[in-house]
Design a binder for this molecule. Structure first.
Ligand SMILES: Nc1ncnc2c1ncn2[C@@H]1O[C@H](COP(=O)(O)OP(=O)(O)O)[C@@H](O)[C@H]1O
Ligand SMILES: [Mg+2]
Length: 337
């Protein structure tokens, strides 16, 4: 199911929570929407998931306009939309299986159909045999698995995840993202992943939109955005990735040799990450690089290197060094520019 948003707007009083968002979210993929707290992510997801109507603009699922459906059409359409949230939103009075059964009870499936489907879903989320567990006895990761199973009960074609891993530790986040990726493939779902965590985008999403003040400031393939970020907001998110993801292997972490900021941020992509570019350029032009921080991250199938450096030498040497870096396909950003 492809989702198209055309100039969506939603205000609360004078506050433009969503202020003219247009996006094409392709079918059968995990699409990230990242933004700081208050950027308008949850408002946007309520509009896309048809929980709320926009003040202006249009929402399409494939070629069908869905922001103006009749009440009856809306109920039918919403049944095939799954949603999961940061705080799980499970019924504490029901056990795991009863939580998963809930949306199917509303649609009027028979008891035996429901029981069969609940067992399937428990297996799908790796909670086989845990159906009778009271919610309070489950860990955060297990609760989110129950919520995922419930969201998938009525075989949705779209799954919205609003900060689904924000309450989880890095290791559990990793396992939930792995599960969501597996389910996305298995069910050919369109997954819209709302987050304020760039590691979630890096580890799970194919494309991403960066939302700020209710507007999309940048959008594209995650590998492209990691290697060539355009907006200040995106660069800020990327700089905070440093050392956050403790669950991943060491190579995912940035190593800091100095707490001082360097004057230049260099971004390498793919094959360039493992070439001794700096020493070669240093030799050719005479400038010296002082590396302040650096590391390589895996983004999808691509390795993206980031280095924070100072470049010493006279002005001409510095200019030549930067030019040589750019010729090698390295992105050079000057601090505060
Ligand atoms: N129901 C509401 N009533 C009034 N203001 C709201 C409402 N929902 C969200 N807002 C405001 O809209 C802005 C965006 O909120 P939200 O969409 O929740 O952002 P995010 O999910 O990115 O943190 C915030 O300033 C928030 O206070
Ligand atoms: Mg939110």
């Amino acid at each position: 199911m492809q989702i198209t948003l055309d100039n969506l707007k939603r205000s609360y009083g004078n506050l433009h929570a969503v202020n003219g968002v247009s996006l094409a979210i392709p079918s059968n993929t995990i699409y990230g929407i990242i933004g700081r707290s208050g950027a308008g992510k949850s408002t946007l997801v309520r509009l896309i998931s048809l929980l709320e109507s926009p003040d202006a603009g249009e929402v399409y699922y494939d070629d069908l306009r869905v922001d103006n459906l009749s009440k009856a059409e809306l109920i039918t359409r919403r049944r095939r939309i799954g949603m999961i949230f940061q705080n799980f939103n499970l019924f504490s009075s029901r056990n795991a299986a009863e939580n998963i059964a809930y949306p199917m009870e509303i649609t009027g499936m028979t008891r035996s159909e429901i029981d069969t489907r609940v067992e399937e879903l428990l297996t799908l989320v790796d909670l086989e045999g845990r159906g009778t567990a009271p919610i309070s006895t489950l860990s955060g990761g297990q609760k989110q698995r129950v919520a995922i199973a419930r969201a998938l009960a009525c075989k949705p074609d779209i799954l919205f995840c609003d900060e689904a891993t924000s309450a989880l530790d890095p290791q559990t986040t990793h396992s939930i993202l792995a599960l969501l990726k597996e389910i996305q493939k298995k069910m050919a779902l369109t997954v819209v992943m709302i987050t304020h965590q760039m590691e979630v985008v890096r580890d799970a999403c194919e494309q991403v939109a960066v939302l700020n003040d209710g507007m999309v400031v940048e959008q594209g393939y995650v590998t492209e955005i990691f290697s060539n970020p355009q907006s200040e907001v995106t660069k800020d998110f990327l700089s905070h990735l440093v050392g956050v993801d403790e669950a991943s292997s060491n190579s995912d972490k940035m190593v800091h040799w100095s707490t001082k900021k360097g004057a230049y941020t260099l971004r390498f992509r793919g094959g360039t990450t493992d070439q001794p570019i700096l020493s070669r350029i240093s030799r050719d032009v005479g400038a010296e690089f002082n590396i302040r921080a650096g590391g390589v991250q895996k983004v999808g199938d691509v390795e993206i290197g980031t280095m924070v450096v100072d470049i010493s030498g006279d002005e001409d040497m510095q200019r030549k060094a930067i030019q040589a870096l750019r010729e090698q396909g390295v992105l050079v950003e000057e601090e505060n520019k």
